[in-house]
Write a protein that binds this ligand. Structure first.
Ligand code: GCU
Length: 417
């Protein structure tokens, strides 16, 4: 019996291994849709033509991958839950703002944690979601502990028990993600919220999240990714009302699944001034047509709630998808973009992320913006490009201090120049 189990598990492992490729030489040839051909099939040579094509292209992404964002009421109230001007060793103002929605009282609302440097007038702001609650990003004892449902990422019942965060998880986020003091020291503000504030991250999560609150009965039409992108836009609505920062310079940023959400938010909502994709991989920066690391089949199988139902119909047939992710980068243009990969995160397909941004260059060129300055994937720890940038760093799947050093440089040189 034991032998049989071992044989069966070897067979299933090898079947799985066939689905995941980490060998560049084994990638079957693929052709990317031409980024300068409009959805109507006409050639694009001017900014005007590109911008006229924008809504139809966005709609294609919505219908086929992220779901169409419903036209819902976002009537809301802001409540400052707490504010102090001696945060982060006296260098920052801390605000905790709750956004509640008049028509969706069943939602607890979005709780934004904001740090603003005291010595800068109206600084630009990094905006993004976090994985385990605002309290998890740092040791600040005044940051409120989230009460909302949470994925048990760490498998440590002293930190997260029964899918609820405990005090012991303060400052113990699984990803480094948000180095508040480092951001403040460079003269930038930051705003973050827990992604589970709007929808719990599991296949049934939509039943107690935004999608059911707005009366949706078909969870396959929209998606969790769509709901989290919506959350980012609602955070920006608040930031626009806050005179202590410059919301015209809001840089939307996200790691991994939260990078996918940030990408979709940036594509739809042109108020975001720049976008940073930290290892967002499949469904984010990576090209879908490249068979390397995570594929659309694997992601749809494991996370059926992340994308719309239609995306699942492309199993074994990704070449029939009428676009690829380079075109989503086109939809960010002419705003600056930074894309990153890590050596220890082949799952996210580093070269596929690079090539995706690379193949968006013709759209940036329409606006007179320079490309990455290289046709080949850069070496480790050597950022390439300027206005659009890319780096491949040593280390694991994370958003770490090296990443932030580059982001802060990018923000200073390109976004806040
Ligand atoms: C999984 C998933 C990835 C995702 C990642 C994360 O590994 O397969 O697509 O980016 O989780 O969010 O950390």
């Amino acid at each position: 019996m034991k032998k049989l189990i071992i044989i069966l598990s070897l067979i299933s492992q090898s079947m799985f291994a066939q689905n995941v490729n980490y060998d560049e030489a084994k990638i079957p040839p693929y052709t990317l849709p031409d980024i300068l051909t409009g959805v109507d099939g006409k050639k694009i040579t001017t900014i005007k033509q590109w911008e006229a094509n924008r809504p139809a292209l966005l709609q294609l992404f919505a219908e086929n991958v992220y779901g169409v964002t419903p036209n819902i009421s976002a009537k809301h109230h802001y409540k400052i839950l707490e504010t102090k001007n001696d945060a982060l060793n006296g260098k920052a103002i801390r605000k905790q703002v709750l956004i509640t929605f008049d028509e969706y009282p069943q939602l607890s609302g979005i709780n934004i944690l904001l740090y603003i440097p005291k010595n800068v007038t109206r600084p630009p702001v990094f905006v993004g979601l976090n994985f385990e609650g605002n309290h998890s990003i740092g040791i600040d004892p005044y940051v409120l502990l989230t009460q909302n449902w949470m994925v048990d990422f760490q498998k440590n019942p002293e930190r997260v028990n029964n899918n609820r965060a405990l005090e012991a998880s303060r400052g113990k986020a699984i990803v480094e993600s948000w180095p508040a003091e480092m951001i403040i020291d460079k003269g930038f503000a930051m705003a973050t919220a827990y992604y589970g504030d709007i929808e719990p991250d599991h296949p049934e999560g939509w039943k107690s999240g935004l999608r059911s609150a707005i009366g949706m009965t078909d969870d396959q039409k929209w998606s969790a990714m769509g709901a989290w992108a919506w959350q980012l836009s609602r955070m920006l609505d608040y930031l626009e009302t806050d005179a202590d920062l410059n919301s015209k310079k809001a840089i939307v940023i996200g790691h991994s699944r939260l990078g996918k959400a940030a990408f979709w938010a940036a594509a739809q909502d042109q108020r975001f001034a720049a976008f940073i994709s930290n290892e967002s991989g499949e469904g984010g920066a990576a090209l879908k047509r490249r068979w390397y690391g995570e594929t659309h089949e694997i992601i749809n199988d494991k996370f059926p709630h992340w994308f719309s139902g239609k995306y699942k119909t492309y199993s074994n047939n990704i070449a029939s998808l009428p676009f690829d992710q380079h075109q989503l980068f086109g939809l960010i243009a002419p705003r600056p973009v930074y894309v990153t990969s890590a050596e220890g995160d082949q799952w996210a397909d580093p070269n596929g992320q690079f090539l995706s941004l690379k193949n968006a260059e013709p759209v940036f060129a329409l606006y007179g913006k320079k490309g990455l300055g290289t046709d080949t994937h850069p070496a480790l720890n050597q950022p390439a490009g300027s206005y659009i940038r890319y780096h491949y760093r040593t280390g694991k799947h994370d958003m770490n201090a090296y990443d932030w050093e580059q982001y802060l440089k990018f923000a200073k040189e390109v976004v806040n120049k």
